[in-house]
Write a protein that binds this ligand. Structure first.
Ligand code: C2E
Ligand code: MG
Ligand code: MG
Length: 620
């Protein structure tokens, strides 16, 4: 039983009971029992089992040691979320002392980086599941914002109501920094800071997905530095490294921030160019990069010269798979090396030919205006009502290039539009056309109108109202004798800027015709919404008249509908008497085409068209 040697005669003792009781800790109190005469009768022992009490004490000591020494911040708040207790680590991480936060809410740590939804979800989880865990950005007392890993638990009372919250959090700034560093090392080249091969492939696959979805084109360019090995061998690796860094910077400066520039290894670089709007844009970037690389490199007192050989391949033109496209870009790059370096080559020779022809066209066009290579021809338009008179003409551009010979407007007008050259050229056409028709009106006494083709770019980049007003004033032509021919593309833009210009032009008295009707988006709603006065049926609908039943039906419907909308109708590309007769029977207002006359130069127009004989001939 009790260890008798340690037995007291008076007082309290804590000791252990032996094995029979399973080693219980007990508190033994002893008091002597005396009689009234003070004679000792014996002792009263009270033995109290304190095993659990001791255990609890130990646990509490342990808990408060953990609470005080853990490196994780601990915050305990009551059911109103008012902070009751924090530990030392809390103060170390947040910078707030215990006395500064007691009674406050955890909102004092709010970084402002999370929205209401985030906190609603957090408290939702606490209420429903009693726990939330995740990454959160908090703010220290000094205002610094840092990432932390937070675990919050709700403590419930017996009624399952939240009694308090216990939050544990750690500062993960350095972990994040390490992760970032590891990511950086895994994805970027340490010398140049460019994407490495791995990251290039990741970006490539994303670009493939996007381009497939949006049906877009993107380009892959491989660049290999020419003569880099010589620099490395003669000036040493240190200078070689500096050159690579500088080359990387130069390439980076030539592309948009949305493009990817990578160093695949050694002196090999690669570009991923998305949103390619035209081959000539692509060529522009390629030329810029090569020019940048060909400039001398000044490296710690040394001057070095290299250049670049570039291979270009296009998705989806040259392939739809990463491996194939990369292989094609590589072989195009070798083609560039064989071509004498410091140049770019497309993988497909057809593309290369196209690009070459295009750049020749572009440079020739730049000189067209100043070299007076542009001229105008006029194609007469006849009325089909009444006597069948000549009522006007359409002016059409001609370009005879010194280098390329005759180039059709269908080829060069789109290029002019892209290059912005359509503005000076369009202005030149308008001036000449208006003064020509005015001269014919005056000299021949005929109230002819002139139809001038106008591109949508002109409406977008210019104030056409001002320009037309000025031209009419300068040439003294009455507004009603000018018709501007616009295509459906102008209307499709559906921009207020264009609509307001069209309205102002109509108010001035200028006529507006929709050209090539039926080839574009042909929506009836355009015809109603825009202030048009004429409609030109595209020649593809006229070509097979009067045999083709479908075209017959279409053309008669177009004429009927146009008349209902108060539009006068002109049929383009009328080549035969049968076509002319058919259109006349459908009450088509006017006809234009080789049947009457091809577009001809000023002198021929005066000699043949403006004379009565010709007119009679064409209607005999
Ligand atoms: P468009 O305005 O529809 O001009 C009519 C085109 O049809 C002209 O071609 C004309 O030569 C051709 N054509 C006329 N009658 C017949 C015919 O009976 N049969 C056939 N097969 N063709 C006929 P062109 O001159 O090659 O012009 C092509 C297009 O270039 C024009 O189509 C117009 O959209 C554009 N264009 C021409 N000059 C200008 C200009 O000064 N400014 C702008 N923005 N575009 C112009
Ligand atoms: Mg036209
Ligand atoms: Mg047309």
């Amino acid at each position: 039983m009790l260890d008798s040697e340690k037995l007291l005669t008076e007082g309290t003792l804590e000791c252990q009971l032996d094995a029979r009781f399973g080693y219980r800790n007990v508190r033994v109190s002893c008091a002597p029992v005396v009689s009234e005469t003070q004679a000792k009768l014996g002792f009263i022992y009270v033995i109290q089992d304190i095993t659990e009490e001791l255990e609890n004490e130990r646990e509490q000591r342990l808990a408060s040691t953990v609470f005080a020494t853990t490196t994780e911040g601990v915050l305990v708040s009551d059911k109103h979320n008012q902070i009751q207790m924090v530990n030392r680590a809390f103060s170390e991480i947040t910078g707030f002392g215990m006395d500064e936060v007691i009674g406050e809410t955890p909102a004092i740590l709010n970084s402002g980086r999370h929205d209401e939804r985030f906190f609603n979800a957090l408290y939702g989880d606490l209420v429903n599941r009693g726990h939330w865990e995740g990454e959160i950005w908090n703010k220290r007392k000094n205002g610094e914002i840092y990432p932390s890993w937070l675990q919050v638990s709700a403590v419930f009372n017996e009624a399952r109501e939240i009694d308090m919250y216990v939050a544990l959090f750690s500062d993960i700034t350095s972990r994040k920094r390490n992760e970032q560093l590891m990511w950086q090392q895994a994805n970027f080249d340490s010398l140049t800071g460019l994407a490495n091969r791995h990251h290039y492939h990741v970006k490539f696959d994303l670009a493939l997905k996007r381009a497939a979805q949006l049906e877009e084109r993107f380009a892959i360019c491989f660049i290999d530095l020419d003569r880099f090995k010589a620099v490395n061998d003669t000036l040493g690796h240190h200078i070689g490294d500096l050159l690579l860094k500088e080359a990387a910077n130069r390439i980076n400066e030539c592309v948009r921030s949305s493009d990817t520039v990578a160093r695949l290894g050694g002196d090999e670089f690669a570009l991923l160019l998305q949103d390619i709007s035209s081959i000539s844009d692509l060529e522009l970037v390629a030329t810029k990069v090569l020019r940048a690389l060909a400039n001398p490199f000044h490296l710690e007192g040394h001057e070095a010269y290299v250049s670049g050989s570039m291979g270009i391949t296009l998705y989806p033109d040259d392939g739809t798979d990463r491996k194939i496209l990369l292989r094609n870009a590589d072989s195009a790059m070798y083609k560039a090396k064989e071509h004498g370096r410091d140049c770019f080559q497309f993988y497909t020779s057809a593309m290369h030919q196209h690009a070459k022809a295009r750049s020749v066209l572009e440079s020739a066009l730049h000189k067209a205006l100043s070299n007076r290579e542009l001229s105008l021809v006029y194609q007469p338009i006849f009325s089909q009502l009444g006597s069948g008179d000549l009522v006007g003409c359409e002016v059409l551009l001609r370009w005879k290039s010194e280098l390329l010979g005759h180039v059709s407007p269908e080829q060069f007008i789109p290029v002019c539009e892209e290059l912005g050259l359509i503005l000076p050229i369009g202005e030149w056409v308008l001036y000449h056309a208006c003064s020509q028709i005015k001269a014919w009106q005056d000299n021949y006494g005929r109230p002819l109108f002139i139809a001038v083709n106008v591109s949508s770019i002109q409406f977008k980049r210019q104030d056409m109202v001002e320009l037309v007003r000025k031209v009419l004033r300068d040439t003294k032509l009455e507004a009603k004798y000018l018709t501007l021919e616009i295509t459906e593309s102008v209307l499709v833009e559906n921009s207020d800027k264009i609509l307001s210009q069209l309205k102002a032009l109509r108010e001035m008295g200028v006529e507006l015709a929709i050209d090539d009707f039926g080839t574009g988006y042909s929506s009836l709603s355009y015809l109603k919404r825009f202030p048009l006065s004429k409609l030109k049926i595209d020649r593809t609908f006229i070509r097979d008249l009067p045999e083709d039943e479908e075209d017959k039906a279409l053309v008669s419907a177009i004429i009927l509908m146009a008349h209902k909308l108060n539009l006068r109708v002109i049929a383009e590309g009328v080549e035969t008497p049968a076509q002319c007769m058919f259109l006349k029977n459908l009450l088509c207002d006017m006809t234009q085409g080789y049947f009457h006359s091809k577009p001809v130069a000023q002198q021929e127009f005066e000699a043949n068209v403006l004379t009565m004989q010709y007119h009679k001939q064409s209607h005999s």
